[in-house]
Design a protein around this ligand. Structure first.
Ligand SMILES: C[S@@+](CC[C@H](N)C(=O)[O-])C[C@H]1O[C@@H](n2cnc3c(N)ncnc32)[C@H](O)[C@@H]1O
Length: 486
């Protein structure tokens, strides 16, 4: 039997091709009987593509071997071709695939999530935190994003590459079916959306939102979550949002949308995002009720879709006070410009949020302050709540929120990808003379201290600043799970 003698024939160095030739099956016949495209099978045999658990099962059945043999032979083949650091990495054009550190158990019951434009994976990390979802895949243009993503989503396949160059069929073969598609395509540059009626996958689509719709229409998950900046509301006087909603409806999804502020859900940051949720079987989505009281002026203006926490809408008991900046970061040891602290010292968590976010972390990481120039330190010493607090002439340009200190007793302002630079949007520590550290930024975004960031310090700051706060992801995920079960 093939299974018994295969490893005597060169320890899998010939990969799936060796298995196939041993079994005396032609390439086309194997593709047919395993129900994979010829192209994909060729890629697999050349070590250019991965094998999802479903494809491994089908290949195994067609070859008369176990799926675990298929996986281990392929893994050995890939390792011989391009050994990666801890993960097997194979090149497919300019798309890199990272296989899961821990394959899923066969009897896994959690709902499967694919996170596209995943960045560090804040959104899907929140889904996982509920215990009801497992992230099975992530796609991002940048390898450092995928490195962070796969380090924290141990069951996920990570695909690094331009989503426009990865066809939905390949995504399905690598990742398998999913229950939820999550993600927020960057909306710069989407000019128009053509009708999705009579969609064919050979129809080239150029913008990233169209690719989101294309992948959705191919994978047909029960739910999707589409997150974006509030500015989307005013693109083309609202025409853009309308076109996106229409595209979702054309491919069969019932959608609704809201403007959510993370601070209303226990995140120590005022961060507004538009969220569209869609369901393929016509279920209504019940939007999660806010849990924390935070009144603010919405960037979306007066719209009924904005979720507010005004006290006339809720009883006092229903809402807790918003989590403030100091509730979130007050236990971290002080650091000066250019310094780093690598231990919590003897400081214990003092708030519920600090205990939650510290979790079981033993070592403090990324609590490293930017080294500011003497001139910048002088500016910081004078900084107050806006640029107008600086002595006249000290800086010559900037928005009113530049070179400004954060408020200790309120949720942080929205953090950006530049939160370690005082010249950008309000990001100076309330009492210390420096900008926020990456650790403080991560806490403001509700990433637990145990979340592992990969890449250079500059890229990690971007991963943090760009993310959907995991806590917000978790709130949306819980509502989805509840409505699935209703
Ligand atoms: C706003 S961030 C996503 C944050 C993520 N949702 C989170 O919660 O951490 C958008 C991501 O889209 C990625 N991206 C941009 N263009 C892309 C493309 N053409 N293909 C794939 N990913 C792309 C960027 O690298 C970036 O990480």
């Amino acid at each position: 039997m093939l299974e018994d003698n295969f490893f005597n024939l060169g320890d899998g160095l010939g990969g799936i091709r060796s298995l196939r030739t041993q079994a005396k099956i032609k390439l086309e016949d194997l593709a047919n009987s395993a129900r994979v495209s010829l192209n994909t099978l060729k890629k697999i045999e050349r070590g250019l593509g991965g094998i999802s658990p479903d494809v491994a099962t089908r290949l195994g059945a067609a070859l008369g071997v176990s799926d675990s043999l298929v996986q281990s032979v392929h893994k050995a083949f890939l390792e011989t071709a391009t050994p990666g650091e801890g993960y097997v990495t194979s090149k497919a054009g300019n798309v890199d695939v990272t296989y899961p550190a821990q394959p899923l158990e066969r009897n896994e019951v959690r709902r499967r999530v694919l996170d596209i434009f995943c960045g560090a994976g804040g959104l899907s990390y929140g889904f996982e935190q509920t215990g009801r979802f497992v992230t099975v895949g992530g796609i991002d243009l940048l390898q450092d994003r995928i490195d962070t993503f796969t380090a924290n989503h141990k069951h996920a396949v990570g695909i690094a590459g331009d989503i426009r160059k990865i066809d939905p069929e390949t995504i399905e073969e690598l990742i398998g079916g999913v229950d939820v598609l999550a993600g927020g395509p960057p909306c710069q540059g989407f000019s128009s959306i053509r009708p999705f009626r009579n969609l064919t996958e050979s129809d080239p689509r150029n913008n990233l939102v169209e690719h989101y719709v294309l992948i959705l229409s191919h994978l047909k998950p029960r739910w999707f979550v589409f997150e974006n900046v509030v500015g989307l509301l005013t693109h083309e006087k609202g025409g853009k949002l309308e076109a996106i909603l229409e595209a979702f409806s054309e491919i069969g999804y019932k959608t609704s949308w809201r403007v959510m502020n993370a601070a209303s859900y226990g995140v120590p940051q005022s961060r507004e995002r538009i969220v569209i949720v869609g369901n393929r079987i016509g279920k209504d989505f019940l939007w999660p009720k806010p849990s924390h009281h935070y009144e603010y002026r919405s960037m979306a203006g007066r719209r009924h879709e904005t979720i507010h926490t005004k006290m006339d809408l809720f009883s006092q008991e229903e809402l807790r006070p918003a989590v403030t900046l100091m509730d979130a970061i007050g236990d971290l040891p002080p650091v000066e410009s250019g310094q780093e602290a690598t231990s919590y010292s003897s400081s214990e968590p003092k708030t519920e949020y600090q205990s939650f976010i510290r979790g079981g972390a033993l070592k403090l990481t990324w609590h490293r302050a930017t080294k500011h120039s003497p001139k910048m330190l002088e500016i910081i010493k004078h900084a107050g709540s806006s640029i107008h607090d600086l002595p006249p002439g000290m800086v010559t340009s900037g928005f009113s929120s530049c070179y400004s200190r954060l408020d200790a007793d309120r949720p942080s302002n929205t953090i950006t990808v530049n939160f370690v630079h005082p010249s950008s949007n309000r990001c100076i520590h309330p009492f210390q003379n420096r900008a926020l550290t990456p650790r403080e930024g991560a806490r403001i975004q509700s990433f637990p201290d145990s979340f592992e960031f990969k890449g250079s310090a500059a890229q990690i700051v971007k991963q943090i600043g760009n993310a959907v706060p995991p806590l917000l992801g978790a709130v949306i995920a819980r509502s989805i799970a509840e409505q699935d079960e209703a």
